[in-house]
Design a binder for this molecule. Structure first.
Ligand SMILES: Nc1ncnc2c1ncn2[C@@H]1O[C@H](COP(=O)(O)OS(=O)(=O)O)[C@@H](OP(=O)(O)O)[C@H]1O
Ligand SMILES: [Mg+2]
Ligand SMILES: [Mg+2]
Ligand SMILES: [Mg+2]
Length: 366
């Protein structure tokens, strides 16, 4: 991945003799989106640490009642500020489509929340940030998205409900260029490194760049070692495991169950919050991710699927909506051209989509 010593050497020799040749050689010899990849990993790692700190300090504090949603709000805002300020530093011209905005942190009404956020962000950044700088960083996420140029999309905490329960959540960052996801990073602080040892080491980061494959590495580890990942090799859907949202309000559990029945699946579904579902399919812990819509009006958001989408593709899988249509990230902040989401390994994907179609056809007839 990194440039070899030999490559460095030949580059400088070419530069010395001929600047033009050097430039061409240089552009083809460093990996596509190398810097973006490194910066995105750093940003997701920092934000994941902030979320974990919030969970430790606030969610588990005895004084916090279960119904109080403020910890997750503090973590959402802080993580978005951390990621956006890192992106701004390295890529000042890149806009961001982020889930959160600073409205709730403004003025006297937002003072208490704002002070907590300022405190947290400053434990994670290299240089202290003022409260105004932090609000501005959060609002770098207001970009409208679209089909041309570069923009990032960020979900500072995906699976907020999972986060509060101490279960799965993910920090999700993706880079979209000309309407297509080219790079994705998923930070999954509570995901076991080895699913067969669920009480063992936790914290996984998955990263994928278009055309370069998908990898996992330990989150917040001093080692940069990356392990290639790929989807399951199961080709008979009878042997498959599928995953779905924990919340019945986010995905239609009964439609998902009918699809599983058509596919001959007998194992129970794995219910998991957040884009960790994409992570589970990408490394073969499950074969299928079903997200059948609950309502006709809900439109999926690009930050809920961008990173997961490319991680699955680069791991040898496919992602589409319930009609089998690829997710269209060029429409702005939402996936307005799509309905629901289905992900699976490439070999079983068409069979899964056919079962989805059959279920929906049957439903429309009754
Ligand atoms: N009605 C409806 N349908 C589909 N999706 C919805 C819906 N309402 C919300 N959301 C989005 O779901 C995101 C969380 O999805 P999950 O798969 O993690 O759901 S769950 O937590 O497992 O229940 C969640 O992301 P976060 O807000 O980042 O947690 C929402 O963006
Ligand atoms: Mg989300
Ligand atoms: Mg979120
Ligand atoms: Mg949300």
């Amino acid at each position: 991945r990194a440039l070899s010593v030999k490559q460095h050497r030949s580059m400088s020799q070419l530069k010395y003799k001929n600047t033009f040749i050097y430039t061409r050689f240089y552009s083809t010899s460093i990996a596509y989106l190398e810097k973006e990849r490194a910066v995105a990993i750093k940003a997701v790692e920092r934000a994941s640490r902030v979320c974990q700190a919030v969970f430790k300090r606030l969610v588990t504090e005895e004084t916090m009642t279960k119904k109080d949603k403020s910890p997750v709000t503090v973590a959402d805002f802080s993580a978005q500020a951390v990621v956006n300020s890192i992106l701004e530093n390295d890529f000042p011209d890149d806009p961001v489509v982020g889930e959160e905005d600073s409205k709730d942190l403004q003025g006297e009404e937002g003072r208490v929340l704002r002070e907590k956020v300022v405190d947290l962000v400053n434990t994670a950044t290299e240089h202290p940030m003022s409260s105004d700088e932090i609000l501005r960083a959060i609002d770098r996420g207001l970009y409208a998205g679209g089909s041309t140029g570069r923009h990032w999309t960020l979900d500072p905490i995906d699976g907020t409900k999972g986060f509060l329960r101490g279960e799965q959540f993910a920090v999700c960052l993706a880079l979209i260029i000309d309407g297509r996801v080219r790079l994705g990073v998923l930070g999954c602080p509570n995901l076991p490194w080895d699913m067969s040892n669920p009480d063992g080491e936790r914290g996984v980061l998955m990263v994928a760049v278009e055309g370069q494959g998908a990898f996992q590495r330990k989150l917040n580890s001093s080692s940069n070692e990356e392990v290639p990942i790929s989807v399951s090799s199961v080709i008979d859907t009878k042997d498959a495991v599928f995953c779905e949202s924990v919340e019945a309000g986010h995905s239609n559990h009964s439609d998902n169950a009918n699809i599983a029945k058509i596919l001959g699946i007998s194992k129970p579904s794995v219910r998991m919050d957040s884009q960790c579902k994409y992570a589970a399919v990408a490394r073969g812990n499950a074969e299928i991710y079903l997200r059948l819509p609950v309502s006709d009006t809900y439109v999926e958001k690009i930050w809920d699927h961008g990173a997961g989408n490319i991680v699955i593709h680069e791991a040898g899988g496919r992602v589409a909506d319930i009609h089998g249509k690829s997710l269209d990230f060029s429409r702005g902040r939402t996936l307005s051209a799509n309905q629901g989401v289905v992900a699976a390994g490439a070999q079983i994907f068409d069979t899964v989509i056919a079962a989805v179609q059959e279920t929906l056809k049957y439903k429309s007839q009754i």
